[in-house]
Design a protein around this ligand. Sequence first.
Ligand code: C5P
Length: 218
Amino acid sequence: AKSGQLVGKKVLITAGGTREALDPVRYLTNRSSGKMGYALAQAAVENGAHVFLITTVDRGDIFGVKKIQVDSTQDMYKETRRLFPDMDIFIGAAAVSDFKAAHLAEHKIKKQSDTGLILELTQNPDILKAVGYDKTEQQIVVGFAAETQNIVTYGQDKLAKKHADMLVVNDVGQADSGFSSDNNAVTILMPDHEPEALGKASKIEIARDIIKRISALK
Ligand code: C5P
């Protein structure tokens, strides 16, 4: 039988970098590998949870994890909104593009003879903020943030603005952690708690630590 603190709980996790199409062959994206989101999915399953992973990258299957493949922020937002009402916990580990093309070109954008190209971008919805504002008393919402300076100040600000119960701040300024790396160094922020730095560890170790802390909430 299953054991762990999350038995009977449904956990929704987003992972990877979103892709914003410009035309039929091109897109804007970022350096996210999805490793942290997959590590969180693994750690949540180890604790007995039923996991739904909305992801832009395929890093293989995890037993007990239902994967939902998406590309754009708009699709990730749509799937999150669809699934969130039935979830106990949401963890936004995806690197979401703040912007998308204002006009998706129907055909491949052609090179002009001697001019550059001006891309017009519009804002994407903020998925974490949307679920943070929507959550019920029973639901837990956790976000991530990558910062290079003033980690705690910027992080506390985001925690409050997005109505999150926990914000995991990545110190992307440190060598050998963050994007694509197998390691990470994070600081955990929660309302009315002192910031807690976890120190550099592998992403699976950090994921297990984060899941343990989430399980202890509420
Ligand atoms: O504001 P910032 O992008 O730094 O916040 C990061 C957190 O917000 C991450 O948890 C990320 O998944 C989430 N986010 C989001 N939708 C956006 C931008 C960020 O869900 N449009």
